[in-house]
Design a protein around this ligand. Structure first.
Ligand code: HEM
Length: 184
């Protein structure tokens, strides 16, 4: 649904920036735990860091569902007329891929956690209902899927940030502002 307004709705902007903060925090914490901590030398600290990673990251599942609902029930601003039809198509495909990865990544994390015999907690409040029990065979798949998806997602988000900065500083168009400002 496109829109005559130049700006995303306040709700869409809020969901975008809160998910950006959560994604980047979860990514850094997961990467730190996965690559710089180990149980032999860091003991329970590593466990606490992974628990923090999960409690933050699971919120993405709920937020992305609200975000997709909002996206398809509310208008969005048009991309700049200066963009070629091919670039517009690529931008839409990129955004679609970001939605797919924002669903697949936390879900793969939940399967990794469950298959390792651990819960998938949300904001230290409750656990997502466990769909599978401890299962080393599933874990052998879920672990590399989560790790490789997380790297791929990190690259996609980095590309998304670079594209937004290019729009703002090089093309000097309205794309970044449409996610920040409101019309008066
Ligand atoms: C958007 C959400 C998420 C992001 C961005 C994310 C990102 C990451 C990253 C970057 C790593 C480190 C990969 C590596 O070893 O290089 C990781 C590891 C991990 N993630 Fe996630 N993840 C997310 C969701 C989840 C969820 C929902 C769970 C479970 C409920 C989870 C469980 C884990 C576990 C158990 C590890 C292994 C940590 C370790 O070995 O120390 N992740 N994640």
């Amino acid at each position: 649904m496109s829109n005559s307004s130049q700006y995303y709705t306040r709700t869409a902007q809020f969901l975008h920036w809160i998910m950006a903060i959560i994604f980047i925090s979860a990514w850094i914490i997961g990467f730190y735990s996965g690559n710089f901590l180990n149980y032999e030398t860091d003991g329970s600290f590593k466990g606490d860091v992974i628990t923090l990673h999960k409690n933050i990251a699971t919120t993405i599942i709920f937020l992305v569902m609200i975000r997709i609902f909002w996206r398809y029930t509310h208008p969005t601003p048009e991309l700049p007329a200066t963009m070629s039809p091919l670039m517009k198509k690529l931008a839409h495909l990129g955004h679609l891929a970001l939605y797919v990865i924002l669903i697949a990544l936390p879900i793969s994390g939940c399967f990794y956690s469950w298959s390792a015999g651990h819960p998938a907690p949300v904001l230290y409040l409750f656990n997502i209902p466990q769909l599978i029990g401890e299962n080393p065979e599933i874990m052998a798949i879920a672990k590399p899927v989560h790790v490789y998806l997380s790297w791929f997602a990190g690259l996609m988000v980095a590309g998304h940030i670079l594209a937004a900065l290019k729009h703002h500083f090089i093309d000097k168009d309205n794309v970044l502002k449409s996610m920040i400002k409101q019309s008066r």
